[in-house]
Design a protein around this ligand. Sequence first.
Ligand SMILES: NC(=O)c1ccc[n+]([C@@H]2O[C@H](COP(=O)([O-])OP(=O)(O)OC[C@H]3O[C@@H](n4cnc5c(N)ncnc54)[C@H](O)[C@@H]3O)[C@@H](O)[C@H]2O)c1
Length: 389
Amino acid sequence: MPYRSPGSPETPRPKYLTGKPIRYYRPRGSADIRTLIEDGFQAFNAARLGEACRIFTDKMLLPENDTTIGLTVAGALTPAGLGGCIVELMERGLVDFVISTGANLYHDLHYALNFTLHRGSPFVNDVELYEEGVIRIYDVLFPATVLLETDLYVRDFLVRSGLAGPVSTAELHYALGKDLLERQPGCQEYSVLAAAAAAGVPIYTSSPGDSSIGMNIAYHELMNDGTLMVDPNKDVNEVCAFILAGKKNGCVILGGGSPKNFYLQGQPTLWEVYGIPKGGNDYFIQITTDSVVWGGLSGATPAEAVSWGKVNPGVLPDTAVAYVDSTIGFPLFCEYVVGAPTGRRPLKELVHRRDELVAALKREAKEASKQHPQPDEPLETMPDLERHR
Ligand SMILES: NC(=O)c1ccc[n+]([C@@H]2O[C@H](COP(=O)([O-])OP(=O)(O)OC[C@H]3O[C@@H](n4cnc5c(N)ncnc54)[C@H](O)[C@@H]3O)[C@@H](O)[C@H]2O)c1
């Protein structure tokens, strides 16, 4: 088949786009779902999901723990309508920062811009879809024009925003979210990027070139001579600074992938690189379908993370991995959390504290560097992970 863009805007495509529109689902704290999780989820991965829910509500969210909570997002969650769960957690102050694949943020833009993605089937003829200009993400179907129009919005935004020079992805996404709030009033109800800007939640992308947002930033440089440059060093230091500032630290990891490590590497960045032994994560929750035996990071357990100083060795009871499709496990988790007495906290608004906290990281790292072994001295022991606890 000769190469061309999938379909054309003129092609009629009635057949595949008749499924119900996908809407962002907002969890409401259903008492029935809480009962199911408490009384019905008694063994195997159901019980692990129940443990994850209780670690989150009964420990991570306790006001006295003041846990700084990172949410990491991989897998096609916004296309599946799960952005509403993320919006709900952010609005309630239940996650303080987010690390996501670029794809989830790019596809969130379709919702923010009021384009429609449809429920469909994975058992379709993809050559026909291609002919008709329909894009498929497993069983989510939408016209290729949605991609083109979303790309146009991103490119217009890049010009309009005047963003230039090196920026962190949090700054980029904050500007994008503010732009959406201005141009699509009310869209914080159904857009992760807009809701994050409204709630002051910084959103990072661990591989910024690896999505259609990154593709359009590349266009901006090549075609507009734009100087905007996503600087991963800023991302690394900002995330590290949040973790350093946290009284306790905990994460909810959806899927795995590079967002998972980008969060977890914060602790090794502190002890291994900056010589600041923070002590490892206090809480670790993961909902994934990946398995440990392949040796990939997505499947790695909290126990393995202990060996890296990513998770504190004393807290393994406060970790849970549920081997569940996160399109099932995450909404259940959110229903439980939203219905819990601890299901709302004051917003930390870390997006506005990035400079201040990075400055604090720098001060502490400079101080620690005075005690670093010189390059010609052997490093005999790992720093004492308990020192700061
Ligand atoms: N055009 C775009 O914008 C676009 C579209 C798709 C993907 N991408 C890029 O491709 C890369 C890969 O993204 P990805 O989201 O496929 O992540 P990924 O393939 O890295 O997935 C990471 C892990 O998450 C787990 N996982 C995935 N879905 C899950 C689910 N439903 N339930 C439980 N666990 C699940 C799996 O264990 C998987 O190994 C990203 O960098 C993304 O930005 C870009």
